[in-house]
Design a protein around this ligand. Structure first.
Ligand code: G
Ligand code: G
Ligand code: MN
Ligand code: NA
Length: 253
């Protein structure tokens, strides 16, 4: 309860900020998009990770207001990059289960796009398998977002319920293959087998697969050999604050 109350105050005091991590094209490394990730600098506790406070915000409902702030901030930053001529093609925003099931969520997205003047084609909403597994409101939201022209990415794929059936019925266009499969991709074994089958499933269904958590050149090379054309991870760039005037697009090789 304490952390929840402190989040409420922290939001008012501007203690939250977003960082952005590039998603690159393999093999050359051109930045295709960025993912926004939230950070909290607590005046006393120091850095508190989203793994800790997002679940709290989901439980106490603050995720609705926090999520709105995240979406607005990310879209506004994207438009700044666009005006400066340095925007990547797209920006991804993580959306949690409760936000996705919230009745007003699609209207909020439409309002933020209108307010910022952002074309829906530049926005990717990242959802987890678990958030959409039960069907219901979250699944309807995914359909409605797609109808708006927003793309959906299935995040952390392979770690949740991992229903391949979801891929058949949900209008998803990006599959983010979880870091756990990428970690050991250079060694013959179970992880490599799964990383290999997931790229085949993705391409067979006409989806873009993104390998997450790539930390070494060896992993990147092996992923490319397996057919991956998009990757994200410390090897290419850590999540970082938006430079005042520069985005990612044309400044990078
Ligand atoms: O950035 P980091 O790896 O610490 O994130 C840890 C977890 O928190 C990840 O699962 C990530 O998806 C989640 N997360 C980070 N930023 C956001 C955000 O803006 N919204 C939501 N809902 N989750 C986020
Ligand atoms: O939204 P998602 O659950 O995919 O969150 C991605 C998380 O993974 C973020 O918290 C980000 O900081 C983290 N991350 C991104 N790249 C790497 C990496 O190469 N290694 C590790 N350990 N974490 C990473
Ligand atoms: Mn994500
Ligand atoms: Na992920």
């Amino acid at each position: 309860a304490r952390l929840g109350a402190e989040m409420r105050a922290g939001l008012d005091r501007g203690e939250f900020h977003l960082v952005y991590q590039p998603i690159v094209e393999l093999p050359h490394g051109r930045v295709a998009s960025v993912e926004s990730l939230i950070r909290w600098r607590h005046p006393v506790r120091g850095h508190v990770g989203p793994d800790r406070f997002i679940p709290v915000a989901e439980r106490n409902g603050l995720i609705v207001e926090l999520g709105e702030w995240i979406l607005r901030t990310a879209c506004a930053q994207y438009m700044t990059w666009l005006r400066d001529g340095v925007a990547p093609d797209r920006i991804g925003v993580n959306v949690s289960a409760r936000q996705l099931a919230e009745p007003g969520f699609v209207d909020l997205v439409a309002a933020v796009l209108a307010e910022t003047g952002m074309d829906p084609g530049h926005l990717i909403v990242e959802v987890t398998e678990t958030a959409v597994f039960g069907g219901g409101a979250a699944v309807r939201t995914v359909h409605d977002l797609t109808a708006l022209g927003v793309d959906i990415a299935l995040d952390d794929f392979g770690t949740g319920h991992s229903s391949l059936g979801l891929l058949q019925t949900l209008p998803v266009s990006i599959l983010k293959v979880d870091k756990s499969f990428v970690d050991n991709v250079t060694m013959a074994g179970r992880h490599a087998v799964i990383a290999t089958s997931l790229i085949q499933v993705a391409h067979g269904l006409g989806l873009v697969a993104v390998a997450e958590g790539v930390e070494t050149a060896e992993q990147a090379a092996e992923l490319y050999r397996l057919g991956y054309r998009r990757a994200q991870g410390y090897h290419f760039g850590r999540p970082a604050e938006a430079p005042a005037n520069a985005g990612y697009g044309r400044h990078r090789a």
